[in-house]
Ligand binder design. Structure first.
Ligand code: G4P
Length: 534
C-alpha cells in the first residue's frame, strides 16, 4: 500500500463554465491564493476570440497557451492541488468532456446575470454521467443579476441536481454589500478590489447582532435575516457525504474579478472535495492505495514546435507511484515503455518530475504510441473505463485533393483522431471517410494541421447528417437485419463498431421508435460496459 498521506493531501479538479462566466478569472485568483502566480493578469485568457473563429494562427496560438496551462499545480495549506484546465470554446467541448474523466470533482461557475446557459447544462450532463461531485460558484454578484432564490430554483431545475447555499449574498449589483457565510456565521463585507487578495471579515455573534445594521444598513440586514430564515426552513442541513456522492451541489456566491468570495470557496473546497478515489477498469476496481502504478491517457496535445513532431500525452495517475525511468506496460500495444523525461507543471512551468502519486497528472513525450484512453501499468492488463467519445454533431466527408499524398493524409487523419481532435467514421467498406466533430472550428484545425504536419491536403464536403449513434442489440440477428435494411445510413467507427447516421433528430426518433430491439447509444461508454461484461 502507498502512504495514505499522499492521497489525503491531493485534490484534482476542473473549473468549468459557459464561456465568459468567469472561469479564467477564478482560475487566476486560485493561483494567486496558492502562490503559483504573483500578479493578476498572468493567466492568459484560454479562449479564442469570437471575432477570429477561422484564424488558423489564432487556433495555434490558443493551443500553445492551453498546453502551458493544461494542468496547474499549486500547494495550499498543505494540500497539493491539481487544477485541470478545460477549453472555454464550445467547439472544443469534447476536449473538456474528456478532461472531466481525469478529475475527482469540479467547480461550476455561473454568471448571476445569465444564469444557467447552454454549455453549463451540457457540462453538468457529463458530470452527472460520471457522478462527479460539483460545487457551484455564482459569479459576478457586483452586477445586477437574477434574484438568488430564483437562481437556486433555476439551478435545480436545469442542472437536475439538488442544491444547498452555503453562503448568501447581501444585496446585488449596485447594492451588493457582501456575503454571509451560513456555516461559520461570518459576514464578509464587499470591498471591490481587483488586484490584492485582502478582505474584510466581520464576525457577528448571531444574526441579531447590531453590527449587521452597521455594516449593511437596516433594509439589507432585515432582508438577510428573512432570507436566512427561509433558507433554513426550505433546505436540509448540508452534509459533505451527500455532496461527495454527487447528490447535492453546495452553492457559493461572489465576484471573482474583485477577489470576493474566492478564498472562502477555496477553503471550503479543500475541506469537502474528495481525494482521489477508486476507479473502475474493464477487469476490476483499482484502489489508489495499491502499491503498483496505473494510469490512463486523457488528453493528447500536438507539439507546437514544427521541428518536433512529437506529442504530449497527459496521464492521470490512478494508483501507486509513478517513477521516472521505470518501465511501464502500454496495455493496448502490449509494449514496455520507459520515460526519461516525464514532466509536471509547477507554477506554470514544465519541470521534469521524479515521481507522481494518484491524482497527479504526468506529461509524457510521445512519438505516436498513445491514443486517448490508453492505460499504463506495471504489467497487469487493465483498461480504465469511462473515457468516452461523444456523439458528434457536424459531419463532413474527407475529399483528398492531392492523390500523391494519400498515405500522408490517411496517417494524419488516423493520428489526429487518436488525439481526439475529431472522430472518424468509415462508410462503404472503407472507401469513404467521414469526420464528425462537435464544432466547426475542428475542421479548420484538421485541415491546417494535415497540411502543416503531414504535407497532405483535403477539402471537406458537407454531409446531410445531424446525429451519429452507436448501435447494439441483444440479438445479433436483429442488429444484422437492421444494418442490412439501413445500409446507406450505417458506418463504422475506428474500432469497427457500427454507427447509425441520422439525417435529423426527427428521423432518429422515428427509427428508434420503429426498432425497439436496437439500442442507440449517444456516447461510446457502453463499449466499455460491453467489454467488461464479457
Ligand atoms: P471565461 O474564462 O469563463 O470565458 O471568463 P473570463 O474569466 O474570461 O471572464 C469573462 C469576462 O467577465 C471578463 O471580462 C472578466 O473580466 C469578467 N468577469 C469575471 N468575473 C467577474 C466578476 O466577478 N464581476 C464582473 N463584473 N465581471 C467579471 P472581459 O471584458 O470579457 O475581459 P477582460 O478584458 O476583463 O479580460
Amino acid at each position: 500500500m502507498i502512504n495514505p498521506s499522499q492521497l489525503e493531501r491531493r485534490k484534482t479538479f476542473a473549473i468549468i463554465s459557459h464561456p465568459d462566466a468567469g472561469k479564467t478569472t477564478l482560475t487566476e485568483k486560485f493561483l494567486l491564493f496558492g502562490g503559483a502566480i504573483q500578479t493578476a493578469g498572468a493567466v492568459k485568457s484560454n479562449k479564442i476570440k469570437k471575432s477570429a473563429t477561422s484564424d488558423f494562427m489564432e487556433i495555434e496560438r490558443q493551443r500553445g497557451i492551453s498546453v502551458a496551462t493544461s494542468v496547474m499545480v499549486f500547494d495550499y495549506k498543505g494540500f497539493r492541488i491539481n487544477l485541470l484546465d478545460t477549453p472555454g470554446h464550445k467547439d472544443f467541448a469534447e476536449d473538456t468532456y474528456r478532461t472531466l474523466t481525469a478529475v475527482d470533482s469540479v467547480i461550476l461557475v455561473i454568471d448571476c446575470v445569465k444564469g444557467v446557459e447552454e454549455q453549463t447544462e451540457r457540462l453538468m450532463q457529463v458530470c452527472r454521467m460520471r457522478n462527479t461531485p460539483v460545487i457551484i460558484f455564482v459569479n459576478k454578484m457586483d452586477r445586477e443579476g437574477k434574484d438568488p432564490f430564483d437562481l437556486l430554483d433555476e439551478l435545480e431545475e436545469k442542472l437536475k441536481i439538488k442544491v444547498r447555499p452555503l453562503s448568501w449574498p447581501i444585496g446585488i449589483g449596485a447594492t451588493f454589500k457582501g456575503v454571509y457565510d451560513l456555516f461559520r456565521e461570518e459576514l464578509m463585507v464587499f470591498n471591490p478590489n481587483k488586484t490584492t487578495i485582502e478582505k474584510e471579515v466581520t464576525r457577528i455573534k448571531n444574526l441579531d447582532d447590531p453590527a449587521l445594521e452597521e455594516k449593511v444598513g437596516n433594509q439589507l440586514a432585515k432582508q438577510l435575516r428573512e432570507d436566512v430564515e427561509l433558507i433554513q426552513g426550505v433546505y436540509e442541513p448540508f452534509t459533505a457525504d451527500q455532496y461527495r456522492e454527487a447528490h447535492l451541489a453546495p452553492v457559493f456566491f461572489g465576484s471573482a474579478i474583485n477577489n470576493f468570495g474566492v478564498q472562502e470557496l477555496l477553503e471550503n473546497f479543500i475541506s469537502i472535495a474528495p481525494t482521489p478515489g477508486s476507479r473502475p477498469t474493464q477487469q476490476r476496481e483499482v484502489s489508489p492505495l495499491e502499491p503498483k502504478f496505473s494510469g490512463f491517457v486523457f488528453k493528447i496535445h500536438a507539439n507546437l514546435d514544427p521541428r518536433h513532431r512529437d506529442r504530449i500525452a497527459f496521464v492521470r495517475v490512478c494508483s501507486g507511484k509513478f517513477e521516472r525511468n521505470a518501465v511501464y506496460k502500454h496495455v493496448r500495444l502490449s509494449k514496455n515503455l520507459r520515460f526519461a523525461a516525464p514532466f509536471s507543471f509547477m507554477a506554470q512551468e514544465k519541470n521534469v518530475l521524479e515521481d507522481a502519486w494518484p491524482g497527479d497528472v504526468v506529461g509524457l513525450y510521445d512519438t505516436g504510441n498513445f491514443k486517448i484512453g490508453d492505460t499504463l501499468t506495471e504489467g497487469e492488463d487493465l483498461m480504465f473505463q469511462g473515457i468516452p467519445n461523444f456523439s458528434p454533431e457536424i459531419f463532413r466527408e474527407v475529399i483528398n485533393t492531392d492523390p500523391l499524398k494519400t498515405k500522408q493524409l490517411d496517417k494524419g487523419i488516423m493520428q489526429l483522431t487518436d488525439e481526439g481532435v475529431a472522430q472518424l467514421f468509415i462508410l462503404s467498406g472503407g472507401h469513404r471517410k467521414v469526420i464528425g466533430t462537435v464544432g466547426e472550428l475542428q475542421f479548420d484545425v484538421i485541415q491546417y494541421r494535415l497540411q502543416h504536419e503531414y504535407g497532405a491536403s483535403c477539402r471537406f464536403s458537407p454531409m446531410p447528417i445531424q446525429k451519429a449513434c452507436w448501435i447494439t442489440a441483444e440479438k445479433q440477428s436483429d442488429l444484422q437485419e437492421f444494418m442490412k435494411f439501413r445500409a446507406q445510413q450505417i458506418a463504422q467507427d475506428k474500432d469497427g463498431m457500427p454507427v447509425f447516421l441520422a439525417e435529423s433528430e426527427w428521423v432518429l426518433r422515428m427509427v428508434m421508435e420503429k426498432n425497439p430491439g436496437i439500442q442507440f447509444h449517444f456516447t461510446s461508454e457502453f463499449k466499455m460496459q460491453a467489454a467488461s461484461a464479457t
